[in-house]
Design a protein around this ligand. Sequence first.
Ligand SMILES: Nc1ncnc2c1ncn2[C@@H]1O[C@H](COP(=O)(O)OP(=O)(O)O)[C@@H](O)[C@H]1O
Ligand SMILES: [Mg+2]
Length: 337
Amino acid sequence: MNQSVIELKNIRKEFVSTKHYPGFKGAVKGLFTKETETKVAVDDVSFSIKEGEMVGYIGSNGAGKSTTIKMMSGILTPTSGTCLVNGIEPYKNRKINAKNIGVVFGQRTQLWWDLPLSETYTVLKEIYEVSDEDFKERMNFFYEVLELENFIHSSVRTLSLGQRMRADLAAALLHNPRVLYLDEPTIGLDIVVKDRIRQAIREINEKYNTTVILTTHDLVDIEELCNRIIIIDAGKKIYDGNLLDLKRSYGGSCSIHFEMKEVPNQDKVQAIHVLSEKLECEINKKKLSVSFNKDDFTVAEVIGKIMANMEVTDVQIKETELTDIVKRIYQNGAEAV
Ligand SMILES: Nc1ncnc2c1ncn2[C@@H]1O[C@H](COP(=O)(O)OP(=O)(O)O)[C@@H](O)[C@H]1O
Ligand SMILES: [Mg+2]
């Protein structure tokens, strides 16, 4: 099925708060005035997401990611616009909605602090009315992909951050929701745990065709999991598209750094410059950087050309990284894409 599971239309969220003035005088003034200020956290955002998609929702701190997730998961009501998840408005039908979605916030746990993990899952099984058979099947699957067995009988308060994250993920998925929201799921985790969690998300998506919306600071999460990304900046959507297209149109570039045996003389410098006008060269003493677009040359061709002219002692290849691309989009806006 290729239906949209999530449909956001011109969604907007304003936070109204009492204005604060600095200092003691300000605090006193605040007691007597009711001046308010309005902060637009999400500004006219629309998108639709199909069943089974894994979408990266990215933006800098304060861009509006969590606020969007909270509206999609029914925690917050939009100021205007509509949001449909599985055909219902999450903030209006909280009960039905709860069966459709799973949420993990990396910054705080949804587990009961004092209960052993195994009991937590038993309680959730009752709350979500999961059958014995499904419960068994899913728990076995989570044991396998999230490696829960080492700490299943520990109480949540004793778990390490990485264990807690895996436990949270299993809890969010126990009722097999159609949609999984992950808000910074890998924050603060070491590389090994990050890898495990990414692998688990991939397997869950493959096995259950779960739609996944992922916000993260770690663009490696996105590169490993998502084909599509939506970029939000100061509450506004500035990019929505395929990750590969983005990399092709923005990146596609590659630079190779050569360390030469000796500082090249003028003739050699001239020789490099005439190789092709599509090669951008920069020489600094014994270091030579060559940048080019991969549509024009292969890496091997470029290395070959340079090595035919100079004696090279070291070579480093650097592809344009997603981080660089995203930075450029923040600076230039979506038109640049
Ligand atoms: N409950 C709230 N009250 C007032 N302002 C808020 C509230 N929640 C978020 N904001 C503001 O809305 C903006 C977006 O926040 P958020 O969605 O948490 O961003 P992100 O998750 O992308 O870092 C920020 O400027 C933040 O300060
Ligand atoms: Mg956030």
